[in-house]
Ligand binder design. Structure first.
Ligand code: NAP
Ligand code: ZN
Length: 349
């Protein structure tokens, strides 16, 4: 086993602090990565707070990882020491079930192994994430990162990027369509950039009046203050697709009523386990609307997204911070006070 160091939460809702642990020895198909930067996703906060249940402690969060390959196992063919690579939300899956065979590892019927707070399918122990100095990952779950992309600003693509790219592709966004983005945070600002790059007319639905100007700078065509019910009502039947990134329960009927005929609203925001949504039947029936959900994206699609971003020069807008400011960053993220993703600089560990 190899010594590693990082930051961990010791209990639900607890602060993160220094933590020493071990990573597995390199297996023939493994890549050992020195982590350079790791984004802070709102999912990290949900997990540390045990909002979704099943949290195990100590927990080392972090699934927006970029770094440099240090060493590779003897059977590794796609990577060599010195390569710029990324690791997202998953580090393994069964590889045999139908979703895995279709490249939809995130929906593995036997349970994907997530980058942290997940059972390691080989060793049985718990996985530790990217708020740390290194990670060992089987090469199938390692992604290539172009030299063209700013490295720190690329980290959030590994979750916020793919989680918004995947539904935009799946629901086939076309030039001229109107895409609503609910919540202008880490995921939301990537949804704006990606939808814009696909030719959509982008409308941001935000609770924060002060984010209006920023949303336009990021590429949005228009902004609606979602707390203003009258303004929401004025915009009913105007959108083809809505990507809903809101991490807390909210009035679904109000957002669904913005959809045009055949419109789709896609939930990616994932509030606490107990949260329930209530939707009136008429909202769906009048207008043949749909409500769906989407979970990150498969490994091949994540590589496709990274290559797409390199081609279109798309990265995240970040605030780069030292590891010692992680707890403060959690509070600011909860208060929607981040432009638009915190990224931890691992050289400060
Ligand atoms: P974030 O950076 O905190 O952004 C969320 C944004 O939602 C906030 O900036 C705020 O935007 C808005 N918001 C927050 N609380 C709200 C409320 N009570 N009512 C209405 N709007 C509210 O979070 P994130 O990292 O983008 O993650 C968003 C959600 O997606 C989380 O639940 C996370 O766990 C989930 N997630 C899901 C997947 C997946 O695969 N499905 C992947 C990653 C993350 P405004 O200030 O503009 O209103
Ligand atoms: Zn995430």
């Amino acid at each position: 086993m190899k010594e590693a160091k990082g930051y961990a939460a010791r209990e639900a809702g607890g602060n993160l602090s220094e933590f020493k642990f071990e990573r597995r020895d390199l297996r023939p198909e493994d890549v050992d990565i020195e982590i350079k930067y790791c984004g802070i996703c709102h999912s990290d906060i949900h997990q540390v707070n045990n909002d979704w249940g099943g949290a195990t402690f100590p927990m080392v969060p972090g699934h927006e990882i970029v770094g440099i390959v240090k060493e590779v196992g003897e059977k590794v063919t796609m990577f060599k020491p010195g390569d710029r690579v990324g690791v997202g939300c998953m580090v393994d899956s069964c590889g045999r079930c139908e979703p895995c065979r279709r490249g939809l590892q995130q929906y593995c019927e036997n349970g994907a192994t997530f980058t942290y707070n997940s059972k390691d399918r080989v060793y049985g122990g718990v996985t530790y994430g990217g708020y740390s100095n290194n990670i060992v990952v089987t090469e199938k779950f390692v992604l290539k990162i172009s030299n063209k992309l700013d490295f720190a600003a690329t980290a959030p693509l590994l979750c916020a990027g793919i989680t918004t790219y995947s539904p935009l592709k799946h629901w086939n966004v076309k030039p001229g369509q109107t895409v609503g983005v609910a919540g202008l945070g880490g995921l939301g600002h990537m949804a704006v950039k990606l939808a814009k790059s696909m030719g959509a007319n982008v409308v941001v639905l935000t609770t924060s009046e002060k984010k209006g100007e920023e949303a336009l700078r990021l590429g949005a065509n228009r902004v609606i203050i979602s707390r203003n019910t009258e303004e929401m009502k004025k915009n009913k039947i105007s959108m083809d697709l809505i990507i809903d990134t809101i991490p807390a329960p909210h009035d679904m009927n109000l957002y669904l009523s913005l959809l045009k005929i055949n419109g789709n609203m896609i939930l990616v925001g994932l509030p606490e386990k107990e949260s329930q949504y209530s939707v009136s039947a008429g909202t769906f029936v009048n207008g043949r609307r749909s409500l769906a959900g989407s979970n990150i994206g498969g490994i091949e699609e994540t590589q496709e997204m990274l290559d797409y971003c390199a081609k279109h020069n798309i990265v995240s807008d970040i605030e780069l911070i030292p590891m010692s400011r992680v707890n403060e960053a959690y509070v600011r993220t909860i208060n929607s006070d981040v432009k638009y993703r915190f990224v931890l600089d691992m050289s400060t560990l």
